[in-house]
Design a binder for this molecule. Structure first.
Ligand SMILES: CN(C)C[C@H]1CC[C@H](N2C(=O)N(C)Cc3cnc4ccc(-c5cc(Cl)c(O)c(Cl)c5)nc4c32)CC1
Length: 333
């Protein structure tokens, strides 16, 4: 196992669970709590111009805490590497989950879609846009809850949600027409398009726009024509059509989706916008246990913790809080 001295005594590294772009993600154990985490390791030398994407992802992750977004626990930086310690998702990729089930029923697709929509609405409410929503970036935890990951392309448009973005990015298969055209675009509208592609994949088991040749794929996306399999209900077709609108002005908005009849079917409440699970709250049981471990008073411990430096204290506290919220005994070794 490649030794990373900075992690010694804090995390026990296990196998590599995935590689992507300029990062390697390894499974690890947080020693003090015994909880599993994922560590995204990036070598600065090989980042090149992606270095700013790391900063972007860090800024985003440090302001996000939502039950359907992979939680950031700790950030470590050495002269050669960045380490992002994040919530481990043992259920793998949503994509693999869809493939093995062939496709999801409308009920299963709705449950998954509501969780993704809740995370995206929360993201937008804080002025962020993800811009790379695709099945590979939606993972599942052990209870098959959705977890959004990879905020390397997310952006915080300068003019808030009315500010325009220009960088064309993300994967073409899920890219909205205005992105493909390289036109200026409003980030949150491209996220709606990508969620439309995601919903289509959940309900159909294959993608609405797909082609080996990139320019044929672009043509299909710009035409916005896709197959509607016989098993899609009229209501599902209407919803998908409203999301896969090639004209971003005519595309359904996130706030409309939150109370959309299809999204609401079988549920009494619209999706709460701030379905964030605030991790930065004071939990005296966790503070006391951690204070005792460090041999300082709970007040001194909270003084340290409430700076939210995303250091080992932050990681330990968040992981203890996680255990408590899952009804597990809060303990540290
Ligand atoms: C294809 N991508 C560009 C990278 C790929 C790397 C492995 C990763 N993964 C997997 O692919 N499993 C199947 C296992 C797995 C389990 N837990 C994970 C928890 C978090 C993350 C994660 C990954 C990235 Cl790149 C992030 O920015 C954040 Cl915030 C979080 N990845 C995880 C992960 C999925 C993405």
């Amino acid at each position: 196992m490649a030794p990373y001295p900075v992690l010694r005594g804090l995390y026990e590294l296990d196998k590599t669970i995935g590689c992507g772009g300029f990062a390697k993600v390894k499974l690890a154990t947080h020693i003090l709590t015994g909880e599993k985490v994922a560590i995204k390791i990036m070598e600065k030398r090989s980042l090149g111009e992606n270095l700013h994407r790391v900063r972007v992802e860090l800024d985003a992750l440090q302001s996000l805490s939502h039950r359907h977004i992979s939680q950031l626990y700790q950030v470590l930086e050495t002269e050669s590497h960045f380490f992002l310690v994040v919530e481990y998702c043992s259920g793998g990729e949503l994509f693999d989950h869809i493939v093995e089930k062939n496709r999801l029923s409308e009920k299963e697709a709705r449950a998954a879609f509501r969780q993704i929509l809740s995370a995206v609405a929360y993201l937008h409410s804080l002025g962020f846009v993800h811009r790379d929503l695709k099945p590979e970036n939606v993972l599942l935890d052990k209870d098959l809850n959705m977890k959004l990951i990879d905020f390397g392309l997310c952006a915080k448009p300068s003019g808030g949600l009315t500010g325009f973005l220009y960088t064309s990015c993300g994967s073409p298969t899920y890219a909205a027409p205005e992105l493909v055209l390289g036109k200026k675009y409003l980030g949150h509208e491209v996220d709606v398009w990508s969620m439309g592609v995601l919903l289509y994949a959940l309900l159909c088991g294959f993608l609405p726009f797909d082609d080996d040749k990139i320019d044929t794929l672009y043509k299909k996306i710009l035409e916005g024509k896709y197959e509607e399999p016989a098993w899609l209900t009229a209501e599902s077709r209407r919803l998908i059509r409203s999301m896969l609108q090639t004209d971003p002005k005519k595309r359904v908005r996130v706030d409309e989706l939150l109370s959309h009849p299809w999204v609401m079917r079988g549920f009494r409440e619209p999706i709460p916008l701030n379905n964030s699970c605030n991790m930065k709250e004071h939990d005296s049981q966790c503070v006391n246990i951690l204070a005792r471990h460090k041999n300082i008073t709970p007040e001194e411990m909270w003084e340290l913790l409430s700076k939210w430096k995303y250091d080992y204290n932050t990681a330990t506290y968040f992981l203890m809080l996680n255990r408590k919220r899952r009804g597990l005994p809060v303990r540290i070794f």
